[in-house]
Write a new protein. Sequence first.
Length: 568
Amino acid sequence: MTEKNGESRQPHEESSELIEPNLQAGISDLPPKNPYPVLSIDRSGQVVYANGAARSMIKNWKNLDGQPVLEFCRQLVEETLSSGMSTRIVEIEHEDRAFSLTVILNEDQSGADLFGIDITERKAAEEEVRFAADHDLLTRLPNPHLLADLLEKQLAKAKKNGQISAFLYLDINNFKQINDTFGRDIGDQVLLETAKRLAENKNLVDTVARVGADEFGVILRNVNTEDDVVRITKEIMKANETPVHIQNRKIGISETVGITLYPAHAKNATMIIAGAESAMRRARTNKRPFQIFNKKMEAEAAERITLANDLTSALDNHEFVVYYQPIVDAQNDHLVAAEALVRWHHPEKGLLPPIKFLPVAEDTGYIAPLGAWVLREACSQIAAWKRDHPDSLERIAISINLSVRQLYAYDVVKLVTETLDATGLDPKFLELEITETLLMEGHDRILRALSDLKKMGVLLTIDDFGIGYSSLAYLKNFPIDILKIDKVFTDSVVGDPRNKTIIGTIISLSHDLGLKVIAEGVETKEQQEVLRELDCDALQGYLFAKPAPAEVFHKHYLQKNRRRGEAA
């Protein structure tokens, strides 16, 4: 190693003389019995202070990152000094524990102090959160997000090898009746037993996933013909016919199954899964145990084409309308924001919810002009409400979704700037929602845009948190203000201690990162009480109000909020 002054030195020996206590400025106030290691190392690499925990670490730990402990710490200090950074944080592992080691340079850069802390429990909680992003918490099986990835890989392998692939969409028959008759706990046990039985067919099944409340997706292995798929489907269904014995009850189980084949029926995971689901529903309608996808089921695809064509003129024909749903303070139910949600008054099909047309708009690129219209309309509306009710609505924000297409199709910073200028809305009252998947893709253009929006004063929200990458530690690298917990977590926060713990961890870690947390999909008082207990900041869901047109939202919610403000 070489010092900055050019004089060379040999690696230090880890003798007791190097760690005699010599209190330095900045650490003399630390409690003497601090259970975590504290070191002070000067520029020459000499240890001028080490508390008891640090001495124990140096003496008892064999190495860190392939080096003696003390040399590892010296290297950290040296790298920090040469990097120009005043602070550096690294995470290290030793045996079955995880630690965070913070290096803080002295003001005169004569050396640095190192502070260690045990983060094992935090890392375990974060790992559980990451697991929950791709898995169902009850069955521990892959969720639809992960299933799509796994199926795409399977299809790519089949294409490369010139093979066919098969996918089953299984729905448990009469599951609602089982839940209603025996209770949710018994219903959960039925789901667990079904998942176990499906996964046990290792010679037949490649992957099992939970894709709905009582629905499972199965990727088959070793199939060569359609007859093979039918045979394997029958074997799986027969194996599941054995009644489940739970709490001295014998409960019969059966499934309805939809089947799709690659490449005969579709070429990608999305269409394979959608086709199998359509086939399952057709089988249920026809009271058949299973159904293979066929050309007649392509009517749904034809409907998508019709909608795509109709979308091109819908904006010019003023067929869209913005609905608003309240977001309330978790502690007192006071209005803090409204989310803007678009609806389509189709001239023939009536009022269409977003799920019916937004996927088509995304596929066709029409989401970009539609999103720009929603942004302008919603900002104009909230600005007008603020002018009409300056006292009661002074701090109310509007929350609007940004799509991938919008971020790529437009200069989104320019779009937002022009919209705010035109409507007179203060940037601090605009919250833009993006999905965590989009954020984690980390494209430079998007990240620059988000940073510029943040500098303008616009608030940024991660939407549907928990169904994508779910790395809270990663979020600290982005200009995020608010995190929205996905409805899938809210649904099971009551009666599921593990899920309650996960949500509590998300909220706690988010607060540590300076983020506010909103829980979506709150539908019951019980959910509200648990989320309050977990210190969630705000809530959104049908418990408070369904999305409504501007005039209805104003009449039933804004006037109510104004009366509260006047009473206060």
